[in-house]
Design a protein around this ligand. Structure first.
Ligand SMILES: NC(=O)C1=CN([C@@H]2O[C@H](COP(=O)(O)OP(=O)(O)OC[C@H]3O[C@@H](n4cnc5c(N)ncnc54)[C@H](OP(=O)(O)O)[C@@H]3O)[C@@H](O)[C@H]2O)C=CC1
Ligand SMILES: O=C(CO)COP(=O)(O)O
Length: 340
């Protein structure tokens, strides 16, 4: 035990566990909050999170806890690694305790109905908190296995960025700072949708040309959308944009990619999600993104195509045919803010 204040990590899943371990390896005392007392007891006794990160030893500096209010009372810096569907519901009841604290969202999703990003929900719940996001090509298992990894902390609050960098920087994890919180967070949420498409393409045996086309056109599409919403297009050339897009569209370790792969093998969406048993944020994001793209009149053929397959009864062949027959377009048009 040190006399330093502990850092809280909220969420007992794979990313919460990976971040908690990383902080502890850096000498921080970590209170790792999870809702399931049995899971907390198992981690305490066995120093392993068998459901979400089997085979990874949990550092002795990580204390699994289940009392959220007591955890928040002890910590100034709080990492939030809850699914997007749970974040508001989990934190609204403790909103009074978040005043003045540093809240760093690692959640890569968009709230249904409001189209709010997670840090915007945090702002909504706790207007007097200090808010940031952590995003980048950060597959949880690789982070936990100490693969050399880089990430981005983004906030208008420079001191928060510096403190998060100091807490997380280590032998195997490098943290870059950005002031474009919206762009960094949007990149992390949008790329999940394209990872589903990439997984489908892989299951269908598509080649490397196809993969490259998909990733590059996905970057064009997500940047076009983000620019329309006011984000800085340059952010999409960084770790939290193209960096995260590449890793999630290329790796079978990505849960979104795995859902896509299962769909490509012929499973229904329900069966694909059930087989995964973990969060694949892209499944919710595609629904809200398709509606928002229509509302904003942004051309997003990949999003439209995936939505048609998942929710409008179109077949993969029909959608691929329509995508390839679409009218010819200009290659790099998405950095320009004119012509939308
Ligand atoms: N995994 C990764 O590689 C990365 C994930 N992220 C992001 O992190 C976020 C969390 O993902 P991840 O850790 O992977 O998810 P997992 O599927 O691994 O785990 C989800 C966790 O959230 C908990 N949970 C679900 N609902 C609630 C609730 N209402 N209240 C409290 N806890 C709840 C689950 O608890 P229980 O087991 O009790 O159901 C479980 O501990 C996602 O937005 C993801 O995009 C970001 C970077 C990398
Ligand atoms: O965001 C991630 C890697 O940066 C993890 O992606 P998945 O949620 O698809 O596993």
């Amino acid at each position: 035990m040190t006399d330093k204040q502990p850092i809280a990590v909220l969420g007992g899943g794979s990313f919460g566990t990976a971040i908690a371990n990383l902080l502890a390896e850096n000498g921080q005392q970590v209170l790792h909050w999870m809702r399931d007392p049995e899971q907390a007891a198992a981690i305490k006794n066995d120093r392993e999170n068998p459901r979400y990160l089997k085979g990874i030893k949990i550092h002795s500096g990580v204390e699994p806890v289940t009392d959220l209010s007591a955890t928040l009372a002890q910590c100034q810096m709080i990492f939030v690694a809850l699914p997007s569907s749970a974040l508001r519901q989990a934190l609204q009841p403790v909103a009074d305790q978040l005043k003045g604290k540093m809240l760093v969202s690692t959640t890569k999703g968009i709230e249904a109905n409001t189209f709010l990003l997670m840090s915007q929900i945090l702002e909504d719940i706790a207007p007097e908190a200090r808010i940031g996001v952590l995003s980048g090509p950060n597959l949880a298992r690789e982070v936990a296995e100490n693969a050399l990894t880089a990430s981005v902390v983004a906030s208008e609050d420079e001191d928060l960025c510096r403190q998060v960098q100091a807490a997380l920087h280590g032998r195997t994890f490098r943290v870059y700072a950005s002031s474009d919180r919206f762009g960094v967070e949007l990149g992390g949420a949008l790329k999940n949708v394209y990872a589903i498409i990439a997984g489908m393409a892989a299951a269908m045996g598509m080649g490397e040309n196809t993969k490259s086309m998909l990733i590059t056109r996905a970057l064009a599409e997500m940047t076009r959308f983000a620019v329309k919403l006011g984000a800085n297009p340059m952010t999409f050339l960084g770790l939290a944009g193209v960096g995260d897009l590449i890793v999630t569209c290329s790796s079978s370790k990505s849960r979104n990619y795995q859902v896509g792969y299962a769909l490509g093998e012929g499973l229904t969406l329900e069966a694909a999600v059930a087989r995964l048993g973990e969060v694949a944020e892209g499944v919710n994001t595609i629904k809200v993104l398709k509606a928002k793209a229509e509302e904003m009149q942004v051309y997003m053929p990949l999003v439209t195509g995936l939505h048609a397959i998942l929710f409008e009864g179109r077949t993969l062949d029909q959608v691929i045919g329509a995508l390839m027959r679409g009218e010819p377009k200009t290659d790099v048009d998405f950095i320009s803010t004119s012509g939308f």
